[in-house]
Design a protein around this ligand. Structure first.
Ligand code: 6R9
Length: 660
């Protein structure tokens, strides 16, 4: 996005207008609104005094050992301090206090393994496990402030480990189990971790899949700081063993005492580091602290999902290795005393109805997942979810990328029975918790739009110069005021923190996303700014064109990139996966039809220069399309580093299909 809004061309304006013709709206039903957690007036209350609003949430939703004196200290921007003077323990808030309040018998986690094994933990049982793990980690020399690397599958021990660290005041650094040994090594090194918690492995599509060998490889060379590795037995595959360093979880944690007193830590005590890839260079260790982070996680979990902890069964499908798994699996649901489902495996194992079978079995009432999953399910066909009773679902969430109106409508109709509100939640690893999302019960939702800032959050869309754009226009998404769950920095690199987020616009946090305001002032996310193309001086969004392509019945999935072009600056190149019988049609015919379709949906300027029919799209393990690799193909280069792909054969598959 290089154009200022001020000189935005007429054609781009028309393109925005076209997407904004998506004007369906779904107001909450009167029954839903009447019983909703979020009350009308909440926006006004929050806007009147943001720090006071968050202070109120902090006191209502968390138990403090010592109350804080100041809500927000912003005397040294961009380094914020929230709830200074206050002390609390995250694990105590997630566990012990619920037991003390008589909720010990409530189920905290229903776990379902991929092979079908199940375990449930009540709050009392989970508290006991976390106390044992805290004692075990302390016996291995871990103390307050030490870093612990966590390399685990989606099993309860992942949550137990994170909370045991929080209990001690150790800082967890979870590394997604799908990352390579190399990625793990660099993260262990950067954080100087003392302990690694891992498992022998997990299960993937019915087969054992190893984890421990990657830890062994990451620690093969001397010079690291790790003194112990605790290994959970999960798939019982044989593993190499380093005597003195490696300990089995069931022996070490299993034999530890279940008595452990949580010590309160400062509100700004580091809770975790989570690495996220920047556009270039080494991953950034995003640092989150305790009081503010927990406050915003707990508040948004209640307000945005309309959570009723007594009756709801919450299911967030994200892996613990991503921020969504941190905030909406480990922290928010437990802080709020809710019951949640945790599932280890893939959605199509052993069959494509597995998720819906789980929703039926556990009577899941709130489902939180990603558009890429929804589109995959669409591809598999709606007869699959139709076989299950999904009537327990009452709120549906979306996160991770813009959701195109077609996927949104399918989600609502096929999964939500045409009545469950959809909340499209925009946020980032850096923001820690939801920042833009409708409030079910208040907001009339719009397919494809995240719509409104969360109460107490000051989001804006600005032009090149930092001036707010008027309704009906696009620009850069920024956050104007500090927020409780904001990152407190990049681990070990304060300068990079300032440069990356605070240098583009004076006094504002730059999120790196493009967005626009519709005529009502509602926000539509347009994707990362680096995914926005400039064609003949006209600004075009990859997301808009993808959305147009996917709205054609022949298209299952689409990814769009801007390829460098001598004449027009960039040209639109689309990669498309066809649906069902369309794959049998002659390619020229279908691509011509799709070009026309995009022309019709957005405007002639948006018509892809080339449309390439491919069998798969390159995606990261969190489901984000790696447009950089597609850009390489579109520009006739050898594709670059593909090590973070979920499936590393995809690039070869694409190359072969384009040759053929
Ligand atoms: C939570 C998470 C952050 C980036 C963010 C944006 C994209 C996330 C979105 C969305 C449109 C949404 N993103 N949610 N785009 N609509 N509802 O995904 O964090 O992995 O750090 O990614 O994801 O581009 O900047 P993270």
């Amino acid at each position: 996005m290089t154009e200022a809004n001020g000189n935005q061309s007429a054609a781009t304006h028309d393109a925005l207008e076209n997407l904004l013709q998506e004007n369906r709206q779904f107001p909450p039903s009167p029954e839903f609104a009447a019983a909703a957690v979020a009350r009308p007036g909440i926006y006004e209350e929050a806007a009147a005094d943001r720090p006071a609003f968050w202070a109120k949430q902090a006191r209502e939703l968390l138990s403090w050992e010592r109350d804080f004196e100041t809500a927000l200290d912003w005397s040294d921007p961009p380094f914020a301090k929230w709830f200074s003077g206050g002390t609390l323990n995250a694990a105590y808030n997630a566990l012990d206090r619920h037991v003390e309040n008589g909720l010990g018998d409530r189920v905290a986690i229903h776990f379902e393994g991929e092979p079908g094994d199940t375990r449930s933990y009540t709050y009392a049982q989970l508290t006991e496990e976390v106390k044992k793990a805290a004692n075990a980690f302390e016996s291995l020399g871990v103390s307050k402030g030490d870093r612990v690397a966590v390399y685990l599958p989606m099993i309860p021990e992942a949550v137990i480990t994170m909370l045991a660290c929080a209990r001690i005041g150790a800082v967890h650094s979870v590394v997604f189990g799908g990352f390579s040994a190399e990625a793990l090594r660099s993260r262990i090194e950067d954080a100087e971790a003392k302990l690694v918690v891992t498992a022998d492995g997990t299960f993937r599509r019915g087969k054992p899949s190893a984890l421990k060998p990657a830890v062994d490889a990451a620690l093969a060379e001397d010079g690291h700081t790790v003194s112990s590795v605790v290994v959970v037995r999960r798939n019982n595959e044989p593993v190499d063993w380093t005597a003195g360093r490696d300990k089995w979880w069931d022996e070490t944690v299993g034999s530890a005492s279940a008595e452990h007193t949580a010590v309160a830590h400062d509100a700004e005590h580091p809770l975790f580091i989570l690495y996220t890839s920047g556009t270039t260079g080494k991953p950034k260790g995003i640092l989150h602290t305790t009081g503010g982070y927990l406050t915003q996680c707990a508040y948004t979990h209640r307000a945005v999902f309309d959570l009723k902890p007594e009756t709801d069964v919450f299911w967030c499908t994200a892996d613990i290795g991503w921020v969504t798994g941190h905030s909406y699996v480990t922290y928010a649901p437990l802080i709020n005393g809710a019951t949640q489902l945790m599932y280890e495996g893939t959605p199509d194992s052993p069959h494509q109805g597995r998720w819906w079978e789980l929703v039926q079995k556990y009577k899941v009432s709130i489902l939180y997942t990603a558009p890429t999953a929804i589109r995959t399910m669409m591809k598999w066909g709606e007869d699959i979810p139709a076989r299950y009773d999904l009537s327990s679902l009452r709120v549906l969430g979306s996160v991770g990328e813009p959701i195109n109106p077609e996927a949104w409508m399918w989600y609502r109709r096929v999964i939500g029975g045409d009545k469950a509100p959809i909340v499209d939640t925009w946020w980032q690893t850096e923001t820690g918790a939801h920042m833009i999302a409708p409030l079910p019960g208040i907001t009339a939702t719009k397919p494809g739009s995240a719509q409104v800032p969360v109460p107490g959050i000051a989001v804006d869309i600005v032009d090149e110069t930092g001036a707010p754009v008027p309704n009906g226009h696009g620009g850069y998404l920024v956050i104007r005021e500090p927020w409780p769950a904001m990152l407190r920095g990049i681990w070990g690199d304060p300068q990079r923190f300032k440069d990356t987020y605070w240098s583009r616009f004076e006094g504002m946090y730059f999120a790196g996303d493009g967005a626009k305001k519709d005529d009502d002032g509602d926000i539509w996310l347009l994707g990362r700014v680096d995914d926005v193309m400039n064609v003949s001086g006209h600004r075009l969004s990859t997301t808009e064109i993808e959305s147009a392509l996917v709205s054609h019945p022949a298209v299952a999935e689409a990814a769009v990139v801007g390829a460098a072009d001598e004449t027009t600056g960039e040209a639109v190149v689309a990669f498309v996966i066809l649906r069902g019988s369309a794959a049998e049609q002659p390619q020229e015919e279908i691509t011509a039809e799709l070009r026309e379709h995009v022309g019709k949906e957005i405007g002639p300027i948006a018509k892809p220069r080339r449309i390439l029919i491919v069998p798969e799209l390159p995606k990261t393990r969190s489901g984000k399309i790696m447009r950089r690799l597609l850009k390489d193909i579109a520009e006739g280069r050898e594709a670059g580093d593909a090590t973070t792909l979920a499936d590393n054969t995809v690039m070869t598959q694409i190359a072969n299909s384009l040759k053929g």
